[in-house]
Design a protein around this ligand. Structure first.
Ligand SMILES: *Cc1c(COP(=O)(O)O)cnc(C)c1O
Length: 268
């Protein structure tokens, strides 16, 4: 609802990073992502919107797809990088841009303290405080850390529920604890095999939620989060009458390039 391309949590993650870039007199934003990264599109669009030049360093061999096409439409210059050099992002950045004072390094997914601060605002903007449970999907865990922090610092009694979309999401517990001292609950069994992996059951669930509510979700993040929420509810995890807030983190451009997956789903 925030913006079609600087969507959902990506807007909140970029807000203070862009203010910092402006404050430091930066003219050029450089960031990182996979070939289907919602963060790359968001950064490309935000750069265009707020008058920065942008470069996206893309993991893996050169490819073309709808997401990267949108990045290029927003004026982002793309540089494809093999997977081993991609690992050391700071090194890659310094090789390409040296210490150019006008160029700003933005970590993959915009992860970092400034992004946590932006995501915590999501909680302070809630018009209603009486939630018992607040759910969100986690990739880097930055958004989850912000939400957890926002709940803990405010007057809310809600429990933060975090659904990692990657396999082995247990490690996010430590990542989140670095950003906030507040409590949260992790649900690590809803990754469906790993990042961007799906199953017929997940695709059917996504289809069913979209067609029964008119709310569009996608299988990479919000689909897994809603699946977890419904599954936990069916197991009696929530007391009757509980008020639950599910945070739709956006990312609907992730649906681009997924038509063949959906065409294999039973209900589609
Ligand atoms: C990027 C993204 C996330 C993950 O956010 P993190 O802060 O990296 O955990 C969740 N949902 C959607 C739709 C996203 O695009």
């Amino acid at each position: 609802m925030i913006h079609p391309f600087i969507s959902g949590n990506k807007w909140r993650k970029l807000k203070y990073i862009l203010l910092e870039a402006d404050h430091l007199g930066k003219k050029h934003l450089v960031t990182f992502g996979g070939a289907y990264s919602n963060h790359l599109i968001a950064t490309a669009c935000a750069a265009a919107r707020f008058g920065f030049k942008s470069t996206g360093i893309v993991r893996g061999e050169e490819v073309q797809n709808d997401i990267l096409m949108l990045c290029k439409l927003f004026g982002m210059e793309l540089r494809f990088t093999d997977r081993s050099s991609y690992r050391d992002k700071l090194l890659l950045f310094s090789e390409l841009f040296g210490d150019d004072p006008e160029t700003m390094f933005i970590d993959e997914g915009g992860a970092g303290e400034l992004a946590v601060k932006g995501c915590a605002e999501l909680i302070t903007e809630l018009s209603e405080e009486a939630y018992d449970h607040i759910f969100c999907a986690a990739g880097t865990g930055t958004t989850a850390a912000g939400i957890t922090h926002g709940i803990g610092e405010g007057s809310l009694v809600a429990t933060a529920h975090i659904v990692p979309v990657l396999k082995g999401g247990e490690y996010l517990t430590d990542v989140i604890k670095k950003y906030t001292p507040h409590q949260f609950e992790m649900h690590t069994d809803y990754h469906f095999g790993g990042y961007a992996k799906t199953s017929p059951e997940l695709l059917d669930f996504v289809h069913s939620l979209c067609r029964s509510t008119g709310i569009l979700i996608e299988p990479v993040y919000t689909g897994k989060m809603f699946f977890a929420l419904f599954d936990l509810a069916s197991r009696g995890r929530f007391a009757p009458g509980s008020k639950i807030l599910a945070v739709h983190t956006g990312g609907l451009t992730g649906l681009l390039g997924m038509s063949s997956k959906f065409n294999q789903a039973a209900t589609f």
